[in-house]
Ligand binder design. Structure first.
Ligand code: GDD
Ligand code: MG
Length: 345
């Protein structure tokens, strides 16, 4: 089966990290998120992927090519200006003349795609949407189904008093090509606000697929942190990482750690990282390759990308620091601070 990945958004909720980097390249435990996703699709036997891009497409393309397309055939469809989730699918219509899958490009999940495809086929569905259960559905597309899973209503980002269900659109779809007839060409158009309600108004069979899978949209700093914590806790596993559970400390090649540093797991210390004397590090600290954490600094619940330098005695709690940024000695960062790439603080 062919798949379309929607990766055209600007990732504004992750600013300033995404000023210079498209959201799919934001690293999850030191590797671009899209890499985890592409490996997963390939493991499920998907052989052809269309990337629907808009924001910083060359960087993304360059990364995918550098990974030999993850062993799949990859095509790129690039929008001059954002066409929205529906318009983006229509824009790639020439690639799809049989059942196809569509993925939001910012979802970390271990959903069983094989089971979802079976479900779609057995129900004779035109559009099958994976469902997740969340406590607060207001940031998502809310979905009501009947007992058989047939979708009765789709409401994108409802006001709190309009929430009718805790089941939400989890951003993995299986479509019949018929859906393309519901989207005008070359027009900005929303899948969630226009196409789904329209299919329902025409009484076309749409089904929600629910499974007890891990699910998280990583698109804001809080969720981005949560993804790391959950991976370290073993709630979800990602390719090529050996976190088991609990308080593992994963140390990369050629990392140098002072014997006087105190490290509390879970923690990830990337290749070539240097941790100096008296550093107090962890839990839930993830450090990208070749970063330096200078003496007596303290890092908790924080994510450093590559080539970051943390000055002597600096204090970080729930911070995210972009590639090649430097935190000067003795700086205290407010909890939750997000520093972009190539900054000096
Ligand atoms: N090509 C293209 N063009 N892609 C786009 C565009 C566009 O104009 N706009 C958004 N995308 C991509 C984003 O890059 C992202 O991968 C995906 O479409 C979803 O966009 P988000 O901006 O992340 O949407 P959201 O998280 O607010 O809401 C969506 O995802 C939720 C689940 O995570 C909706 O689909 C909700 O209904 C859903 O619950
Ligand atoms: Mg999102």
């Amino acid at each position: 089966m062919k798949a379309l990945i929607l990766v055209g958004g600007k990732g504004t909720r992750l600013y300033p990290l995404t000023y210079t980097l498209p959201k799919p390249l934001v690293p999850i435990v030191n590797r671009p998120f899209i890499g985890h996703m592409m490996r997963r699709l390939s493991n499920y036997g998907i052989t052809e992927v269309v990337m629907s891009m808009c924001y910083l497409p060359d960087m993304l393309k360059h990364y995918i090519e550098s990974e030999d397309n993850f062993g799949m055939k990859v095509d790129y469809v690039i929008e001059d200006c954002p066409l929205g989730t529906g318009g983006a699918i229509k824009n790639a219509a020439s690639h799809f003349n049989e059942t196809f899958m569509v993925f939001n490009g910012d979802v970390l999940t271990d959903l069983d795609l094989g089971k979802m495809i079976d479900y779609h086929t057995r129900r004779g569905s035109v559009a099958t949407i994976s469902l997740a259960y969340v406590d607060d559905p207001t940031a998502y597309g809310v979905i009501d189904t009947d007992d058989n899973g047939r979708i009765l209503r789709f409401t994108e980002k409802p006001a709190p008093d309009a929430v009718t269900s805790h089941h939400i659109n989890a951003g993995t779809y299986i479509f019949e090509p018929e859906i393309l007839d519901y989207i005008p060409p070359e027009t900005e158009y929303s899948l969630e606000r226009k196409v789904y309600p329209d299919l329902l108004a025409h009484k076309r069979p749409m089904y929600g697929y629910f499974e007890e899978a891990y699910w998280l949209d990583i698109g804001n700093p809080e969720k981005y942190f949560q993804a790391h914590r959950d991976i370290a806790a073993g709630y979800v596993s990602i390719d090529g990482l050996s976190f088991n559970e609990g308080d593992d400390v994963v140390i990369g090649e050629n990392a140098v750690i002072s014997p006087t540093a105190r490290i509390t797991g879970p923690a990830y210390i990337g290749d070539g990282v240097r941790i100096m004397d008296g550093v107090d590090l962890g839990p839930n600290v993830f450090i990208g390759r070749n970063s330096i954490v200078d003496s007596h600094s303290s890092l908790k619940e924080s994510i450093l990308w590559e080539n970051v330098v943390i000055g002597e005695g600096a204090v970080l709690n729930r911070a995210i620091i972009g590639t090649s940024s430097r935190i000067r000695p003795a700086v205290y960062l407010d909890p939750g601070a997000v520093i972009g790439c190539n900054e000096r603080v």
